[in-house]
Design a protein around this ligand. Sequence first.
Ligand SMILES: [Zn+2]
Length: 250
Amino acid sequence: MTEPQFQLSRVSGAPVSDEELIADLQRIASALGSDTVPQKTYGARGTFDYSTLIRRFGSWNNALRLAGLSIANEINISDERLFENLLVLWQHFGRQPRRSELASPPSVISQTPYNRRFGSWTAALEAFVSFANGAGAESPTASAGVTPSRRTGRDPSLRLRWHVLQRDRFCCRGCGTSPALTTGVELHVDHIVPWSKGGETVLENLQTLCSVCNLGKSNVGEPIIPPDLREKPRRPVNSDVRAQGKDHGV
Ligand SMILES: [Zn+2]
């Protein structure tokens, strides 16, 4: 390794920007050839004190997230968080995630904790599916302070979101698009009758919408209730893919 001939040293006490801190964290990760940097390792190799990053970004994990890195060495991650991360990926890709996809956003947990907990990637996926398909797909019950007439809280549980996405085959119920077919499509689980207007957080009142349809809906202020709500959602067909190809001049 050759040392650079000249390197500007930082003026002691000069203010450090967020960008400099994040860039230094990324530099160490790339020097390690890793998608994460343990706090201790940064302490030994980083340009700045790791406590500066924690103060600036709130926590070490937040600094890693902002740098687009994984939180690999976090211990005692609950099963619920491991499963939540898998659901985020499943929803993001509109299909079963691949092991390699744990390494980059939107994943916030790397492969290691999954292997540690479940032994293998396949076993982790099996554990997730069996958990998500399990009983208890209902939403958390209304908490204190909510009108007594309400049965459910606003946020659907992981199981309920999984059931909605599965039922809708990871396709938008407004326009039929899916991240599995078109990169960049973002799916949301949405209340048909808004929760604020008395709609409950139950399977029948939830639907999968892409961000575009969901945004259009909130602009208009009227819920999209697809005419075929009681039918099975239309499965994407090959002609959809061909039509998209044509649009992009392929
Ligand atoms: Zn849509």
